[in-house]
Design a protein around this ligand. Structure first.
Ligand SMILES: [Zn+2]
Length: 245
């Protein structure tokens, strides 16, 4: 899979900072024939390969690659083994590892009992029920996160959709429609709330400028840098949970 763009993006950060922001090593190649920047994930080598037009500076190339981090994380996730929902397995619920227990005579709707997720009914339906349980919980929890931040920011979103976009944790449109991934319920609360604060700040500023960052930091409170890097670290695993392939 490839990400490509003809947008040049410059950054005030140093090359070392930019490179550190990427989860894996990157090789940059300049080609006379290249018209735009192209990024490829070499799964066997475990590296990113970036080709760019001849005159592109290393800093510009790195800054552009850093801007593709969601895409990079999605590629890393695909390279990891899946973690399907199975009896005897576990899920990180709000960041805490919770065992999945199954007994046919337990209630069909999964329930948290004594720090384990108990599921009953036919075993073939277990994965579907666990996923439905997580989506319901994600909807409730993210709705209250968004409501809390929106009230602090003095704005009202037009809608909140909980989905499973392959490469984004959240998004906000110019029509004030917020979308969030249900997988955020698997992340520790500070990570989930960071994404919620980020999208609510977009209700006021549809960019990542200084005013946006100030509002995002005010809504979230201290520790936003840690929450952001934690999402980078755990993101690839969260994307593989509950998948069968
Ligand atoms: Zn954003």
């Amino acid at each position: 899979m490839q990400a490509s763009s003809n947008i040049m993006w410059s950054s005030g950060r140093s090359e070392a900072q930019l490179e550190a922001g990427l989860a894996i090593p990157i090789e940059i190649r300049r080609l006379k024939s290249a018209r735009r920047l192209r990024l490829r994930f070499d799964e066997a080598a475990g590296t990113l390969k970036l080709t760019c037009p001849w005159r592109t500076s290393r800093r510009t190339a790195l800054a552009w690659a850093l801007d593709q981090r969601d895409w990079i994380d999605a590629q890393l996730a695909l390279a990891q083994p899946p973690e399907p929902f199975v009896a005897g397995g576990s899920i990180p619920l709000e960041g805490r590892e919770v065992p999945i227990a199954w007994r046919e005579d337990w209630p069909r709707t999964p329930q948290l009992v004594d720090d384990e997720l108990r599921c009953g009914g036919p075993e073939e339906a277990l994965a579907r029920r666990v996923e439905a349980f997580l989506k319901r919980r994600a909807r409730d929890t993210l709705s209250s996160d968004i409501a809390e931040f929106a009230s602090a920011a003095g704005v009202v979103p037009a809608s909140l959709t909980i989905g499973d976009a392959s490469s984004r944790w959240g998004s906000c449109s110019s029509q004030r429609r917020i979308r969030m991934s249900w997988r955020l319920i698997l992340a520790p609360p500070n990570v989930r709330r960071y994404v919620a604060a980020h999208e609510v700040a977009h209700l006021v500023h549809l960019n990542h400028g200084a005013e946006f960052r100030a509002l995002e930091a005010r809504l979230f409170g201290p520790g936003i840098g840690e929450a952001r890097s934690e999402l980078r670290r755990i993101g690839p695993r969260l994307r593989r949970i509950g998948r069968r392939n």
